[in-house]
Design a protein. Sequence first.
Length: 212
Amino acid sequence: MLLLILTLIASPAFAHHPGERLDEVMAEKEPHFEVTDIASVPEIELLDKTGERFVLGELDDQILILSFVTDNCGAACAEQQILLAAIQEQLNISPMRDMVMFVTVHSEGFSGASSWDSLNWRPTTPSSDISAAIVADDFARLSQRNGSAPMVHMIDRNTRHAGIFHGTGFKQINLILYVNGLTNAVHSPKPPVKKGWLDRLTDWFSKAGKEP
């Protein structure tokens, strides 16, 4: 694994060889991977471990690897968290460390923090009365597959929902290669939000009020 990561660092051309076919190539290579290619992710309100508001959209310059630990998931989620923490360890010995953020949305009583490196991992909880299971279900609707295995949601820069790695049967190196492909992809800036007439009128009054 280490040798392959060093190869990716030394040979960027190899890392993004699939180019625009990255999603398709990974789907052919890894049966536990599902392409979604959805422009944006569901809006969710999260809190970090300090109780501060955590917004996925504010990290749109990074690749996000989003997973869930819910009360009804048990050993399957625990096993997936251990797997993802191992992948994080591999990613963090490469330049990808600063381009990737792991996010875990969990229920109360989560005890898997010791496996993670807090440098680029954020444990979060839903900020309202909804449960982690409900949030997980909202994201699960992005999948076209049936099954109860926990999902790892791959969120590209500009918050494009790129794909899902299902369960724990996927090869670690395939997820790493996929992340590497995303980090090497060329992205256009997210287009500015178009303002309606009321927003423009409010802006005009605001500017007028500041003039002497």
